[in-house]
Write a protein that binds this ligand. Structure first.
Ligand code: HEM
Length: 214
């Protein structure tokens, strides 16, 4: 199989989805770690954001991240459309429904919702932080957003959707990369649940905490 055929094949597409997915999951871990500085106060958070912004490696990784997101979304939609063709056949569709979980059946929809969240999120934070000439503190931009009940709700709802997406994504990326077997899958599941709870509750606690405090 040449390279072109590999990326066109369904195995190839799954490998691309899984590797970009793992990359995005590592990003989430790093992103949450920086956000947790919000609990250490204004100076600590502003310094952490400043460090990330000035670091040349992080700056290069921002472009890799954007490319990773785009590839993950485009291949995800392509895989969904191709699968839909096969599932159009009635007996396959019934079998598919009973043999899969809610989170695996809804991957494309939770993915689209996360994309909508991401657009809103970048408008909320990245644009004012990068282009406000730093008159307003980064900490203040974050904290004041969560004073608004509408944004707090949208954010926490999005973290729930992210959790549903990661619930299938985590397990399935190990399988697609050929790293899972019967023995390992128990550990992958445990580690996956830990990861999922840390990410979803970590982000949610930030939003809820600053809604009620500060
Ligand atoms: C409580 C939750 C969150 C808070 C407070 C938060 C905060 C921030 C802040 C302050 C920035 C701007 C950093 C800068 O410009 O230097 C940022 C950027 C970003 N966030 Fe979040 N974030 C949250 C959740 C998420 C989630 C769940 C995702 C992914 C699904 C995400 C994806 C991103 C991306 C892709 C960027 C742009 C990264 C860059 O290139 O600088 N964020 N976030």
């Amino acid at each position: 199989m040449n390279h072109c055929n590999f990326f066109q094949s369904s195995v190839g597409k799954k490998v691309i989805m899984a590797s970009t997915g793992v990359f995005l999951m590592i990003f989430l871990l790093l992103h949450l770690s920086v956000n947790l500085f919000l609990f250490s106060g204004e100076k600590a958070f502003n310094d952490a954001v400043f460090f990330m912004r000035e670091n040349i490696f992080i700056r290069i990784m921002e472009y890799v991240l954007a490319i990773g997101f785009i590839i993950h979304i485009l291949f995800g939609i392509k895989l969904h459309l191709e699968n839909k063709k096969t599932k159009g056949k009635v007996d396959y569709a019934i079998n598919y429904y009973f043999s899969t979980s809610f989170s695996s059946r809804t991957m494309v929809y939770t993915g689209i919702l996360i994309l909508c969240f991401l657009v809103l999120h970048l408008i909320n934070f990245m644009i004012p932080m990068k282009y406000s000439n730093h008159i307003i503190s980064d900490y203040y931009i974050v904290v004041s957003l969560f004073k608004n009940p509408f944004y707090t709700f949208i954010y926490v709802f999005s973290f729930l959707i992210l959790g549903i997406h990661l619930n299938h994504g985590f397990q399935s990326s190990f399988k697609s990369l050929g790293l899972s077997n019967d023995k390992k899958s128990v550990w992958i599941q445990k580690f996956g649940s830990l990861y999922l709870w840390f990410i979803c509750s970590g982000f949610s606690i930030i939003a809820i905490w600053f809604f009620f405090n500060e």
